[in-house]
Design a protein around this ligand. Sequence first.
Ligand code: ZN
Length: 169
Amino acid sequence: MAILNVLTFPDDRLRTQAKPVSQVDDSIRTLVADMFETMQAEKGVGLAATQINVHKQVIVMDVSDDQDTPLVFINPKIDAQSGTKINEEGCLSVPNNYAKVERAETVTVTALDAQGEQFTITAEGLLAVCIQHEMDHLQGKLFVDYLSPLKRQRIMKKLEKEARLAAKA
Ligand code: ZN
């Protein structure tokens, strides 16, 4: 297993559209294992392959308090959604920045698991938020896209400054 480098906003590669996985094989399962390791090392609750510069429709997630309920979504599709809710979101690709984003309150998603088996779940709460957030990544979209241009600009400047300081250190 390996901890992979997570791309950070405003890296253009985060804007890439992920392609569907044609076959869930051992290379995909290795990718999934590496993504879980990376997500845990970075203390995240979800990670999309886009964030580690792999442009395949693969998401890993664990929103449980004890980090013991791993979920894998390959080629996810939203079948239904209802309600709206505003939640505070963060992102491993937008480190240390949080903002309120409106999402559907409940989503029903069909995807393949790491065995290639199809499953459908209806999610609410943090799980629903996380699914929508990670599925956005696969479309090249970030939570900062929902914010005002001014707010997005401010976050971008802050991250660019941090990156410059880190490069000097
Ligand atoms: Zn994210």
